[in-house]
Design a protein around this ligand. Structure first.
Ligand SMILES: Nc1ncnc2c1ncn2[C@@H]1O[C@H](COP(=O)(O)OP(=O)(O)OP(=O)(O)O)[C@@H](O)[C@H]1O
Length: 716
């Protein structure tokens, strides 16, 4: 039985006719001659006008010419096919006009058939040769583009991949990295369904086979389509050398990624934290503190990120970002004080609790107040921007807080986990650090699920380095691939896991970055500031920053111990703390805060004009006298030059934030209602304070009826 089967497979019961298959030289000639004979006999019998056969032949010749040109057939192939049609049509026309059933007609038709068969055979051979020549030319072009060096590399790696992975690739290009630290190979995988991960999974073996130095890897990734592979081969160990944080402090965005370090090919790696949390693990001495500073540097550069830091280890992770600004050591190019590099620093359980409660209030409040905005933008993710910044909560040794059995720490842990759980869409994400990737850290589902940006700083430490647990699904990671301080493995959902190193960043550079990025920091959006309330507005006030006193160089012991080195900047606050008046329990909160604010500005402010002699009592304490002893400069928080001495009528403490916001609003200024919403006060109180600020020259009132605004003098 014969079965019509378009695939042409041979089924049981006999050979298969493939009606869809094209003609070969013999079947083509047979088809043409039998067709012409049938048309001629039928036409002659029915007295069809012979011109029709010629017209049909001409149409066939035209159709085949167009099809041949489209298929980019050679000119001679196209001409042969057209000629066959025309000859066939010419014979049919002649036979119809005379008689097809004569020996002359039949003999000439047979000769025509043989001619067509021979011509078709020769054009088929010609087309085949042309195709082979085109392939060979492409190969020659690839070879010509590969220089002698590149050809040697290509041959070596084709051979290596063959030996190690058992597949033969065809190298299309070799590109040397501009950094001179390695090269990339673009190769075609063999037919038969080989995928790039056949090579990727054998990367450590390839690295070993190529005798690459420690810290260098051969990493396979997908090419431009699934049949291609890119192999990045690092030949110089950039991880061994120390590289400082790049000095371009230009603006960044959480949406376009924040650089955290560089790969073995010296390319920077960006992390995308709009929706992801991060976990940074590093034992002591691995470079974890340095890494935290690199992370804070990136956030400081982001125009849509406010960084809130919790470090229960005396706030040390955040201090270099806060003290130089608050102690007045830094000034903007125009001489104005600068804002700290981070927006809030909590060093105690109490302050951390206040911060976390504020974050949770913000997340919940944003969910309701920004409903309309999200509906308009047709998104269920809060559109983060400089106007509505993302809050990045960085918790140093936060993973240890999460796993602590201490009752107070457990409360903090609960709040941190709640932030991770509820605040993704509302633009609050966390970066937690940990000393080790212990089971209790990674056993936490919330961390495993939300913290997909992961860093393991090894610094050569092998104890407790469970890389498989940190980077599940990855194979072949070994601590000895990244044995240097500040180096390790970094994985992001976008790039997968790979060896990396953080840039080195020292206090001087942190100060530079704080100064260079102060103008980039966003202001917390008014609804969030209102939800955070006084807890946020008063975060830098005296009672809340008292702990800074212990950290700034001169504790009480050293105060009484005699002379201090003149060059040691810091806040000599312990003595001043003793001078602080007792708080009246029922004092009005604003008045009390204002008094503390005035006190801290007066006592710790950058009140010393260069060359101004210190007050006699301080002079006594500070023999030999320090040339300049900068203190906590709260005017930095207002982003403007304050008079040297804080005037007693400098307004309520929230005024600093209000003036800051008004300055940021530029020439447009802010309406009193917007300021009231921002600082969480009623409009009457706000209006009174703003008017007083106008009288003091700190603001300008632009009267415009219902559109009246307050403008900063710089923009008036
Ligand atoms: N990216 C880096 N490049 C070069 N050296 C680094 C890098 N990071 C850290 N180091 C070196 O490692 C030392 C320890 O770094 P760091 O203080 O950041 O480690 P740590 O893990 O926080 O240690 P500890 O917890 O003991 O403070 C630094 O003094 C520095 O010499």
């Amino acid at each position: 039985m014969t079965t019509n089967n378009t695939t042409g497979t041979q089924l049981a019961g006999g050979p298969v006719w493939d009606w869809a298959a094209g003609h070969g030289p013999i079947t083509g000639a047979l088809s043409a001659t039998t067709g012409a004979f049938a048309a001629a006999t039928t036409g002659a019998a029915t007295a069809m006008p012979p011109g029709w056969a010629l017209a049909i032949g001409a149409a066939g010749a035209l159709g085949h010419t167009i099809a041949g040109l489209r298929a980019r057939n050679a000119g001679r192939t196209v001409a042969t096919r057209a000629a066959c049609w025309l000859l066939g049509a010419g014979w049919t026309t002649w036979a119809m006009a005379t008689t097809p059933l004569s020996w002359t007609a039949l003999g000439s038709l047979a000769a025509l058939g043989v001619g067509i068969g021979t011509a078709t055979h020769s054009t088929a051979l010609y087309e085949e040769a042309r195709e082979e020549e085109a392939l060979a030319a492409a190969e020659r072009q690839v070879a010509a583009e590969l220089s002698a060096d590149h050809r040697a590399i290509a041959a070596e790696w084709v051979d290596r991949i063959q030996r190690v992975c058992g597949i033969t690739v065809r190298v299309l290009a070799v590109e040397m990295w501009p950094t001179g630290t390695g090269f990339s190979i673009d190769a075609e995988l063999p037919p038969g369904g080989a995928t790039y991960d056949r090579i990727a999974k054998d990367a450590p073996k390839l690295s070993a086979d190529a005798r690459l130095p420690h810290g260098c890897t051969a990493t396979a990734s997908p090419g431009i389509h699934q049949g291609r592979v890119i192999l990045d081969v690092a030949t110089v160990n950039v991880l061994a050398e120390e590289r400082t944080y790049p000095t371009d402090y230009g603006p960044l965005s959480v949406l376009t990624g924040i650089p955290w370090g560089y790969r073995t090919n010296a390319e920077e790696i960006r992390t995308y934290l709009r929706e992801q949390c991060a976990l940074v693990v590093g034992p002591t001495g691995s470079g974890k503190t340095n890494m935290v500073h690199v992370i804070l540097a990136g956030f400081a550069r982001a125009t849509d990120v406010l960084t809130w830091v919790i470090d229960l280890n005396a706030g040390s992770a955040g201090l270099p970002w806060v003290l130089p600004a608050l102690s007045g050591q830094l000034t903007a190019p125009d001489g104005a004080p600068v804002r700290p590099g981070i927006d809030w620093l909590a060093a105690t359980h109490e302050e951390a609790t206040v911060m976390l409660d504020a974050v949770l209030r913000i997340a919940r409040h944003r969910k309701t107040v920004y409903q309309d905005l999200m509906a308009r933008a047709n998104t269920d993710l809060l559109p983060v921007s400089p106007q509505i910044p993302q809050i990045m909560l960085v918790v140093d040794e936060g993973a240890e807080i999460l796993t602590s059995t201490d009752r107070t720490l457990r409360q903090l842990a609960g709040k941190i986990l709640e932030v991770i759980r509820i605040a993704r869409a509302m633009g609050v994400r966390t970066v937690l650090t940990a000393l080790g990737a212990t089971g209790s850290v990674l056993g936490n589902l919330m961390i495993r699920r939300e913290a997909k940006v992961r860093v393991a700083l090894t610094g050569g430490e092998t104890e407790g380095m469970d890389l498989n647990r940190m980077f599940p699904g990855s194979r072949g990671l070994r601590v000895d691939q990244a044995p240097y301080k500040g180096s390790g493995f970094l994985s992001t959902p976008e790039t997968g896991v790979g060896v990396f190193k953080a840039w080195r960043i020292l206090p001087d550079q942190i100060r530079d970055i704080t100064a260079a990025t102060a103008h980039l920091h966003p202001i917390l959006d008014a609804p969030s500031a209102a939800a955070a309330g006084e807890a946020y507005a008063r975060r830098w006030e005296a009672d809340r920053t008292a702990w800074l006193h212990h950290t700034t160089g001169t504790g009480s012991d050293t105060d009484t111990a005699g002379p201090q080195p003149a060059a040691r900047p810091g806040l000599n606050l312990s003595a001043l703390r003793a001078e602080r008046p007792e708080q009246e329990p029922d004092a009005d909160a604003d008045a009390l805060a204002a008094r503390l604010m005035a006190e801290i500005d007066q006592t710790f402010g950058t009140t010393d004009e260069p060359g101004t002699p210190p007050p006699p009592e301080r002079q006594e304490q500070e023999e030999p006298p320090a040339p300049r002893r900068p203190g906590l400069n709260l005017s930095a928080l207002r982003g403007q030059n304050e008079p040297p001495q804080h005037a007693p009528d400098a307004g309520p403490p929230w005024l600093a934030q209000a003036i800051d916001a008004i300055e940021s609003a530029g020439a447009m200024g802010l309406k009193p209602s917007a300021v009231a919403e921002l600082v969480g006060k009623d409009r009457k109180t706000v209006r009174a304070a703003l008017r007083a600020a106008v009288k003091r020259g700190e603001l300008v009132y632009r009267d415009n009826g219902p559109h009246s605004v307050y403008v900063h003098p710089d923009h008036a």
